[in-house]
Design a protein around this ligand. Structure first.
Ligand SMILES: [Zn+2]
Length: 141
């Protein structure tokens, strides 16, 4: 799966969009470089599957256990008013979920999240490094 950015660690798009936080039992956690929702991450299944029905029961339960673990870490680190969860995959079909912290009366509150046309927010290298370290510490990975 050389053309899949979640399978191929050296994929050009992966380095452009994401920073790897680390591995969980059934998934790999990434920070999105565009942090217009502070704390936003993507959690990708560790094996290449395109639809949820293709996962074994163990993979499915394990993946959602990882998602729940990350959502708790996100709540504790950033205290969002709500976390949005999105599985799309039109462009990159490998099962991955966008986990987007939403803050009351801020960007897209009360609506689904989207990227097109919104101002992008990039952090300094130190700020990304701190966010990675904070997630790692919270998740014990
Ligand atoms: Zn893949």
């Amino acid at each position: 799966m050389a053309d899949c950015m979640y399978c191929n660690e050296t994929h050009e798009k992966r380095a452009e969009l994401l920073i790897e936080v680390g591995k969980l039992p059934h998934s790999t956690l990434f920070i999105l470089k565009n942090q217009n929702h502070l704390g936003r991450v993507v959690i990708a299944l560790n094996c290449h599957r395109t639809e949820l029905f293709e996962l074994s029961e163990e993979e499915r339960n394990g993946y959602f256990a990882d998602v729940a673990r990350v959502s708790k870490a996100m709540k504790e680190l950033f205290n969002p008013d709500k976390i949005n969860y999105g599985i799309f995959g039109d462009g990159v079909p490998h099962v991955h979920m966008h986990m987007v912290p939403k803050y009351k009366d801020q960007l897209q509150w009360g609506h689904f999240f989207w990227d097109k046309g919104e101002k992008e927010v990039y952090l300094s290298d130190e700020e990304y490094a701190k966010m990675v370290a904070d997630y790692k510490a919270k998740l014990g990975i």
